[in-house]
Ligand binder design. Structure first.
Ligand code: ATP
Ligand code: MG
Length: 471
């Protein structure tokens, strides 16, 4: 296909692969594909509108869906230290709590019934565990017996009644953990199977899904705040009051570094992150990052969740002038496990590249959805405009790749065509759009002669004749 033979952008095929929709950045696309498949990091440097955000999104689209669901569980021992659990699927079966096998105290080993308070350690006879001394011989059932001199060594002894006893037993040649648990006047035997079922159920009752398995693989962090980036534990005015307060785990909120787990964390203008960059660095090294309450005066500040997964691909964008603002260890971390890439600002004026530009026009028109396709005259005018801009902005021959500019122009031309009821965008529409799509600076310069004069006009001032300038 040659550009000269294309009568409308409607005839141009648009690649389904988002990476192939990026034109004029072949190196970036090649590296981007690798970054996705090998899970590396990427630093994108280049001027506005050259496709940095587009590339980051395209990389995310090449990733497979997240496989891990991340839960935050209530920690009954220490509610302000909720724990993290990672599941490979989101199972949602509701089961009955396993009861285990109920046994009479006579059916369990003697040391078990002793520990649970049924059997007297002195006379070995059975009585109710609620009675603290043996019904038969009067001995203190809950005193630790450690040897003949026990009274001398530990004084009066520490009464101790255990609710459950962990032990092991051998079944089919394999050792397994079992628990004997007191249930009124009987004893429940819980085997490994029942125990893991119970643990799972307990977690089911008191957990929150922190990162659902159906989450996007593209997360953009603006770096506007620390909490947005690193997560938070929300404040509860009632604290963890058992009746009216909420348990800490329910107030845990993930940050962008967590939401991007298994996906791409895109940071536009990395330099604007300032000091927060070092947290990104830590998360990248550890592949997890604790969540804690970040407001010191909040009830959330006493809460911390450790080991929250944060295994992301970092794609960071930056203006070339801001290179010095990247934290050196962060930059070396990216380089050590990824790539740095300078975006192209223009491409050679070849037939192949002009075709690419037409593909770009078709993409923009289809994506916009509100404007008609461009005819051959409009295509020609847009190519001319791409040449003009390359010369104007970058002072080079070729076609500009600062495509946001071109995207604005074709949309404006499309609006004109649409408002005039035309079935396609014509060359004249583009010419009109080019003539009118001037920046405020350009408009001001035309109107007042210079940007400086325009700014004076804004204050209702005039430049004093031959005198000092007032601003
Ligand atoms: N190389 C490209 N190929 C195709 N379209 C592009 C390309 N670069 C930019 N565009 C178009 O321009 C729009 C803006 O590009 P994008 O947001 O990716 O730029 P950016 O480099 O992230 O700019 P900024 O630095 O301002 O964030 C895109 O949505 C897309 O329509
Ligand atoms: Mg961008």
């Amino acid at each position: 296909m040659e550009v000269a033979n294309i009568s409308s952008t409607a005839d141009v095929a648009i690649p389904k692969d988002p990476l192939l929709q990026i034109i004029g950045q072949d190196e970036a696309v090649r590296i981007g594909r690798m970054v996705g498949s090998q899970r590396r990091h990427l630093l994108l440097v280049g001027p506005p509108g050259t496709g940095k955000s587009m590339l980051a999104q395209a990389i995310a689209s090449t990733l497979s869906k997240p496989k891990q669901e991340v839960l935050v569980l209530h920690n009954p021992e220490k509610p302000e230290r909720p724990v993290i659990q990672v599941r490979l699927t989101s199972s949602k079966k509701s089961e009955k709590k396993p009861q285990g096998e109920l046994l009479e105290p006579t059916m369990v080993p003697a040391y078990i019934s002793e520990k649970l308070g049924f059997r007297c350690r002195r006379c070995s006879r059975l009585s109710s565990p609620d009675a603290s001394s043996c019904y038969f011989c009067g001995a203190d059932k809950y005193k630790k017996v450690r040897g003949p001199f026990e009274d001398l060594l530990i004084g009066a002894g520490v009464p101790e009644r255990e609710e459950r006893v962990h032990t092991t037993r051998v079944r089919d040649g394999r050792e397994e953990l079992v628990i004997f648990e007191r249930r009124g006047d009987r004893i429940a035997l819980l085997t490994q199977k029942e125990l893991s079922k119970m643990a799972e159920m307990q977690q089911k009752m008191q957990f929150k899904v922190l990162l659902p398995i159906n989450r996007p693989t593209f997360v953009q962090a603006t770096g506007a705040s620390e909490t947005e980036l690193l997560g938070d534990v929300r404040h509860d005015p009632y604290g963890s009051h058992p009746a009216i307060g909420s348990l800490p785990y329910t107030r845990v909120v993930p940050g962008a570094v967590h939401e991007a787990h298994e996906g791409v964390l895109f940071i536009d203008e990395l330099s604007s992150l300032g000091k927060l960059q070092r947290f990104i660095l830590t998360a990248m090294q550890e592949k997890n990052y604790p969540i804690s309450g970040r407001n010191q005066s909040s009830t959330g500040s006493s809460v911390r969740v450790d080991g929250v997964p944060a295994d992301f691909i970092l794609v960071a964008a930056l203006n070339i002038n801001d290179m010095s603002l990247i934290l050196p260890p962060l930059r070396s971390r990216i380089l050590g496990n990824g790539y740095e890439l300078l975006m192209n600002t223009h491409m050679d004026d070849t037939e192949g590249n002009r075709l690419k530009l037409v593909q770009f026009l078709a993409q923009e028109i289809v994506r916009d959805g509100r404007i008609p396709h461009a005819d051959s005259g409009a295509i020609e005018q847009m190519i001319t405009y791409a040449r003009t801009k390359a010369k104007e902005i970058d002072d080079v021959g070729g076609l500009t790749l600062r495509l946001r500019v071109l995207s604005g122009t074709i949309k404006m031309a499309g609006d004109i065509a649409a408002s005039n009821g035309r079935p396609s965008i014509t060359g004249d529409d583009v010419k009109f759009a080019v003539a009118n799509s001037k920046s405020v600076e350009e408009q001001a310069t035309e109107k007042y002669g210079s940007w400086y004069k325009a700014s004076l006009a804004d204050y209702g001032m005039k430049k004093e004749k031959g005198g000092t300038e007032v601003g």
